[in-house]
Design a protein around this ligand. Sequence first.
Ligand SMILES: C[S@@+](CC[C@H](N)C(=O)[O-])C[C@H]1O[C@@H](n2cnc3c(N)ncnc32)[C@H](O)[C@@H]1O
Length: 231
Amino acid sequence: MGSKRRIAKDILPIILKNRMPEQFYVEPFCGGCNMIELVEGNRIANDYNEYVAEMWNALVNRNWQPPTEITEEQYNDIKANKEQYSKELVGFTGIAVTFGSTWFGTYARNKRGTNYAMEGRSNLMKQVERLQGTIFTSSSYCDIALPKNSIIYCDPPYEGVAGYKDKFNHIAFWQWCREKAKEGHCVFISEYNAPNDFECIWQSELKTNMNAKYETKPVEKLFKFSPTNVQ
Ligand SMILES: C[S@@+](CC[C@H](N)C(=O)[O-])C[C@H]1O[C@@H](n2cnc3c(N)ncnc32)[C@H](O)[C@@H]1O
């Protein structure tokens, strides 16, 4: 859920269009790092989920090798006793060995006996190469130390879609975006809807298996703060 890989080729050229050399690209909600891995140069990847952030840090900066197998028994023990395991292992287990990339959803298994840990591991190892040089942090989006005039791409938990670790205050989030834009950052947001003072600068109908849950097909949109839109 939530991976931006399929739309990256459409929205990244828009987001990076006026990027200056050395200008930082910041993702406060990096999750699976599917977008930021395609960006070059100065980058900060942040996620509130300290286990996921530490997994990335360990993979990219400490050459950590994830396990090649995680049994259902191990999965349940890691899920129930997170403090007894390294953060990177908890992060890996919570996102790579569960169905639909939901944080500690259902243990991934099928009749063919696919080794999901092995698959997850090899997918992550492919990303590691592309993420060299990225700074990884873990805090709430509003506490990130932002370099001046950054490009900020936000892919927050979507409003009205369940499945995240903690409750998310959408009103406070939009307010933070306004403030950051006024401070001189370029702020882009992926969401289905936004307040009136945010302009939709790109949209496309989503073709995902999540569609079954919705009465109408969700339209993936990219917004930018545009104070002139306020009536
Ligand atoms: C939609 S996912 C990001 C998906 C990612 N861009 C990708 O393509 O794989 C949203 C992420 O926001 C994180 N998150 C939730 N609340 C947060 C907060 N207050 N601050 C920072 N990250 C948060 C979640 O842990 C989750 O990884």
